[in-house]
Design a protein around this ligand. Structure first.
Ligand code: GN1
Ligand code: MG
Length: 341
């Protein structure tokens, strides 16, 4: 990988020795390019940050610095591998207009699918612990990393907009999906009702299962990662994205349509883990909102994947042309299952 023209500048900015042969692609994120690097004895994570998705890197720096200042690491039984400041003290390093950052590498297992309810329980505990540890920080002090990121009404309108402007023919599978997602309007209405009732908290806002690092033996969670979207939100966002990515018999990229169902034992384990941690902390209303989270987060991802497909795949990384269509179809099956609970 000798084509990293930015490497010399990066080494200088961090005062690190990094050889191009010690940089490897890493992880399954859809947004940033992530690499594992070795510098001497040290393993680190390097990210080429996607600043067309995250248009306000300063807000992310603000939020992460706030977290570093205000969270008590002893309130968390795992590591939050926040970016390491460069020699100028900044969390991002900008080279030729490109954004980079380096964070600690945490050893362990990062998975796209959970194997058993116990892992689901641990995952739910970990994300609930994150909310609990930050609950004393007024949510209004965090800035919107992506404006109205989990606003279901906005995402519905973006889907309508994409539909209006698309160059694709609305036929076959695409037609079925468009009809299905437009018929989810009642969830948008419920979303607006919950908005009036719930307090805003610091939430992680991207609690998909591969944003956890488990211990090799799955006895515990070693780290919660992907800390770009931490901002004000409702606790059901974080519970809901867990439901979406854990309480499902198939992963988000599966095309085994018939097999995509709700996994009830994992769903129950998620509830148990989340509520055990949140007891005495989350309000009754917040607890009542959790089932809506699964529906809402699955629906919002369906809206977003479908809109991206209609827009010509401009947001999510894809490996083949129809991938966003398939992701939206996968979420449709899960959403149908969740509606039956
Ligand atoms: C993106 O980067 P990654 O894969 O963790 C997305 C999430 C979606 C997820 C769907 C900033 O997360 O909102 O849930 O893909 N992140 C952003 O897999 O859009
Ligand atoms: Mg991720």
């Amino acid at each position: 990988m000798s084509s990293f023209s930015w490497l010399p500048a990066l080494k200088t900015q961090y005062g690190l020795e990094i050889h191009p042969s010690q940089i490897w692609p890493f992880g399954d994120g859809h947004i940033h390019q992530t690499f594992l690097i070795e510098s001497g004895e040290k393993k680190l994570i390097l990210q080429r940050f996607n600043n067309s998705v995250f248009k306000f890197p300063d807000r992310i720096s603000h939020n992460q610095s706030l977290l570093i200042d205000r969270i008590n690491p002893e309130d968390l039984p795992y590591i939050l591998p926040l970016p390491i400041p460069n020699l100028a003290g900044d969390l991002f390093t900008v080279i030729d207009g490109k954004y980079f950052r380096i964070s600690p590498f945490v050893a362990g297992k990062c998975i796209n699918e959970i194997e058993n309810p116990h892992q689901a329980y641990l995952a739910a505990q970990a994300f609930a612990q994150f909310i609990k540890a930050g609950i004393h920080i007024p949510a209004s002090e965090f800035q919107e990393a992506i404006p109205r990121f989990h606003n279901l009404e906005l995402r519905y309108n973006q889907l309508l907009e994409a539909l209006k402007n698309t160059k694709r023919d609305i036929i076959g599978d695409l037609k079925e999906l468009v009809e299905f997602y437009l018929a989810q309007k009642d969830l948008v209405e419920q979303y607006l009702i919950w908005k009036e009732k719930l307090p805003l908290r610091l939430t992680h806002s991207d609690t998909k299962i591969n944003n956890l690092i488990f211990a090799e033996d799955f006895s515990k969670v070693n780290a919660v990662i992907d800390l770009d979207t931490l901002m004000a939100g409702y606790i059901y966002y974080d519970f809901g994205d867990l439901v979406r990515t854990v309480a499902c018999t198939e992963g988000e990229s599966s095309q085994d349509w018939e097999k995509i169902k709700v996994d009830h034992s994992k769903y129950e384990a998620l509830l148990k883990g989340f509520l055990e941690v949140g007891k005495g902390v989350f309000t009754e209303e917040e607890i009542n909102s959790l089932p809506f989270g699964g529906l809402m987060m699955t629906c919002i991802m369906g809206f977003r994947f479908l809109a991206d497909y209609l827009n010509g795949n401009i947001y999510y990384a894809i490996h083949y042309e129809e991938q966003n269509l398939h992701r939206a179809k996968n979420q449709m099956y899960l959403l149908k299952g969740l509606r039956e609970i």
